[in-house]
Every structure is written in structure tokens, then in C-alpha cells.
Design a protein around this ligand. Structure first.
Ligand code: ATP
Length: 354
């Protein structure tokens, strides 16, 4: 087991800067997700840790070793890819045992290690099959098995579930959580799927534009997003963002006052433009007092209804209400926001939390 450190790591491809000033410290035994939209640099981060890419500057450490110039095979890591990368002509058992064969481990010792990994992943009945005789989920378990037998200090996983259908993904999420609990090994997991990151990781590094926007627990990422990007990336639908101004300690949008808990902001509440963030579940749709809005769409998913509302300045926001609630499209309503669930951000594009 080992911790992992990125210290002031920068990575460019020619002129293009893919990552700037990456600083991350991952504790021994932690399950960390690197989460972000396509192109944010999460795979490059993982590939540098694996030794498949090299940093332009800065330091990468596994345990107390600087690994910048160390070949992948010397890093004591195992990587699982989205594509599984299984050998089609080899059986499940041979695929799992391959890393040991390469290391010259033979006979009983290799068989026992393969058997142990296969049992852990419930593949013991399938050891003689070829990859093409397996389901996607079983193939992914073989890829995991091949990583497991190496008994690495750190597991690296690059979108390992993205080729699976929704049901199998949810099953494999649970399997991976259980596997991490049993092994207690450091795991670094790349995904663009917030559900995977939120449910599996002990901490999430939310990345965007080559920078880590926030590195924190799932709870903090959801309840205390560091900036507008994180607020707008996490949650389905994500946090609503309403532009307005602070005037005399109040939030005003389109001439309407929205009550906020002023004690939560102390000195930060200077007069000027700000963005108010409020999650769909913190909005109450009523009549009379409140922010005026028009119902534009009501989508009943079976267990809840997501309502799209339009504010007088044309901003669209989402609210979550119980499935049985009937709301007519085109009708005027009045919105109130739970004052304890309001977030304020600077009005700039990235908008730091106030
Ligand atoms: P995805 O989810 O699409 O895989 P990502 O967050 O993993 O995205 P990276 O693959 O890390 O993103 O790429 C980060 C940026 O670096 C992207 O803009 C990408 O185009 C660029 N990039 C990656 N590899 C190279 C390369 N070998 N040469 C030039 N640019 C590259």
C-alpha cells in the first residue's frame, strides 16, 4: 500500500497545456475519483501516474519514491482500462495469470494466485472460457482479476465501467466498493460519471480545464461546491444559478428580493453582482409571495417530477417536486428558496464560492 502525491505537476503536449499546477495528495488506502468532462485532463493524470505519459515539470511520488522517470513495470501499480484489453486467444485463467507468467512465476504458486483472484471476483466457474464467451461485466471482472494477481501498491482504473449497460454498471459499482473494502488498497479511478464518483470514492478531485477545481469528500462536493463549475457539474439536474446583485445585505434578482441567511456570509456580502446557487430540491413552488416564474416543462420520472421554470429575465431553473404534483405548463407560480440551502458565488465565469 502507498500514498500518491502530485506536486506542482504540469503537462503540455507541444504548445497545448493539458494540466497546470496539479497538486494532489492521495492517502494510503484511499479510493479517489478523478471526475470531469471530456478533455479536462483526468486520463492524462492517471497515465502519468502509470508511467504511460511523463510530466513536463513537477514531481509524482508513489509512497516515498519519486517515480517521474520510472518505467511502468517498476512502479508497483496495476491499471484497468475501459477496453478491458484481454487476450482473445487465452482462457480466463490464462488472462488472469499472465502478469505472473511474465514475472516468471510458475506452477502451483501461479495457479493458487489465479484461483484466489477468481474466487474474489466470482470467476472460478469460468476459468476455462475464452473472453468472447463472457458478458461485458464478466470480461471487466477478468481485467480486474489480472490487476489483482499483481498485488500492486496502487490500482489505477480508467473508466472501467463505461462499456457496460446501466444495470451491470450499478452492480459493478457495488462490487468495486466491496473489493476496495476487502483489499484496503489505494485506488485512483477516472470517470466522467458523477454517480460513480459520488457512490464509490472517499474523495473526489473535480477537474476542469487542466485544473483541479475541488478535491474533497462527496458530501462536501455536493453541499459546499467550491465554485460555479463544480456547482453546475454535480447533481442531476445540477445546481441552479441565478444572476443578481447584493444590495444592503439582500439578494435581488429582476427587482425581487430573495431572503438569504446573511449570518452565513459575514463580510463577504458586499454590494455588487453575485450568482445565487440553489439545488432543485431546495425550491418550493407555490402561489402568492415569492419569486415569480412560469412553468415551462414538467417531467415525471415515476418517483419525482422535474419542473423547468422560467424567471422573468428568461433564466431557466429546475425544481424537484413529488411525482403526484400536477403543474400546468404556461401557468404562473411563485418560488421560494430554502434560505439554509442557498449558495453564493462570485459573478465571474469560474465564480468562487463566497
Ligand atoms: P476523456 O474523458 O475524453 O478521455 P480526459 O479528461 O481524460 O478526457 P485527457 O485525455 O487527459 O482528457 O486529455 C486532456 C487534454 O489533453 C485534451 O484536450 C486532449 O485533447 C489533450 N491531449 C491528450 N493527449 C494528447 C496528446 N498525446 N497530444 C496532444 N494532446 C493531447
Amino acid at each position: 500500500m502507498a500514498n500518491v502525491t502530485f506536486r506542482n505537476v504540469r503537462k503540455s503536449f507541444g504548445e497545448f497545456v493539458a494540466l497546470e499546477e496539479l497538486d494532489l495528495h492521495i492517502n494510503e488506502g484511499e479510493f479517489v475519483a478523478l471526475l470531469g468532462p471530456s478533455g479536462c485532463g483526468k486520463s492524462t493524470t492517471l497515465r502519468m501516474l502509470a508511467g504511460l505519459e511523463f510530466p513536463t515539470s513537477g514531481e509524482i511520488m508513489i509512497g516515498d519514491r519519486v517515480v517521474n522517470d520510472l518505467a511502468p513495470g517498476k512502479r508497483d501499480i496495476a491499471m484497468v482500462f475501459q477496453s478491458y484489453a484481454l487476450y482473445p486467444h487465452m482462457s480466463v485463467g490464462e488472462n488472469i495469470g499472465y502478469p505472473l507468467k511474465k514475472r516468471g512465476i510458475k506452477g502451483r504458486e501461479r495457479d493458487d494466485a489465479v484461483q484466489k483472484a477468481a474466487e474474489l471476483l466470482q470467476l472460478d466457474a469460468l476459468l476455462d472460457r475464452k473472453p468472447k464467451q463472457l458478458s461485458g461485466g464478466q470480461q471487466q471482472r477478468v481485467a480486474l482479476g489480472r490487476a489483482l494477481v499483481r498485488d500492486p501498491q496502487v490500482f489505477l482504473l480508467d473508466e472501467p465501467l463505461s462499456n457496460l449497460d446501466a444495470k451491470l454498471r450499478s452492480y459493478m459499482r457495488a462490487e468495486l466498493i466491496e473489493l476496495h473494502r476487502r483489499l484496503g488498497k489505494t485506488m485512483v479511478y477516472v470517470t466522467h460519471d458523477q454517480l460513480e464518483a459520488m457512490t464509490m470514492a472517499s474523495r473526489i478531485a473535480v477537474m476542469h480545464g487542466g485544473r483541479v477545481q475541488q478535491f474533497d469528500t462527496p458530501d462536501a462536493i455536493y453541499n459546499r461546491p467550491a465554485n460555479r463549475f463544480v456547482a453546475g457539474f454535480i447533481g442531476t439536474p445540477p445546481m441552479n444559478q441565478v444572476e443578481g446583485t447584493v444590495e444592503g445585505g439582500h439578494f435581488i434578482t429582476g427587482g425581487h428580493k430573495v431572503p438569504i441567511d446573511r449570518s452565513a456570509y459575514a463580510d463577504a456580502l458586499r454590494d455588487g453582482p453575485v450568482v445565487l446557487g440553489v439545488r432543485p430540491e431546495a425550491i418550493t413552488i407555490g402561489k402568492g409571495e415569492g419569486l415569480p416564474a412560469t412553468v415551462r416543462l414538467a417531467e415525471n420520472t415515476g418517483h419525482e417530477t422535474i419542473v423547468t421554470l422560467e424567471l422573468p429575465d428568461r433564466t431557466r431553473i429546475s425544481a424537484r417536486v413529488e411525482a403526484a404534483r400536477r403543474l400546468d405548463v404556461g401557468h404562473s407560480v411563485a418560488l421560494t428558496f430554502d434560505p439554509d440551502a442557498i449558495h453564493l458565488f462570485e459573478a465571474s465565469a469560474t465564480g468562487a464560492r463566497l
